[in-house]
Design a protein around this ligand. Sequence first.
Ligand SMILES: [Zn+2]
Length: 239
Amino acid sequence: MLRYSAHLPLGAIGAEGQQCIQQAHIALVGIGGIGCAVAQYLVSCGIGKLTLCDFDTVSESNLARQILYRREDVGRLKTEAAIDYLHELNPQTRLQSIDRRMNDEEMSALFPTCELVVDASDNYGTRLSANRNCIEHKVPWIMASCIRMEGQIMLLRPDLPANACYRCAYGIAPDTLEDCPGAGIFAPVAGICGTSAAHFALAHLAGHKVPSGLHLFDASHWQWQPLKIGKNSNCRDCS
Ligand SMILES: [Zn+2]
């Protein structure tokens, strides 16, 4: 417990909250720029079990922002390289991986075993699949994404049916958004979004209130803007 002793005096976390963290299972979808930062904090803080989901291999252009990977990892599966790093970081966390693109059936098998899902993938299609499967199994999840100098983060609570879902917030967006490498991404912005998602995840597990709504980060002007998202009564995923 010495490792986590700085959490114990915190009213928002404390021994009880830390115990909840150490008993929880999180599925992390995507271990790119955001996912690496999320995983690092979840594991360093002693999350009980972490399932890493990513089908990709490490490339040199990942190394500036995907901080779990070293030069020697180029060409390896991200899941394997990440597990090596995270096991060294804190062997108390149980780690497992799924090294292919998950379909609905696999999400539907994995998510009910989790207290929380974090989607740090880089595409709208995966986020919508996560949305549908989290609604089906009433599993809370965190959406975190970034591009250029901007980021977005939201805790979604399908276990509270009056709350908006991801499609309520994004129902009119196209099915494909610009990809990060093409549009560019400033490396620390991915880290800020990832550590923010880790904060939301750990605070939620510890029973601390996490701000609702969609939070937009603009690194150019260094501003966070909260947006209230209302439930769409015609939403085809949650209504
Ligand atoms: Zn909805």
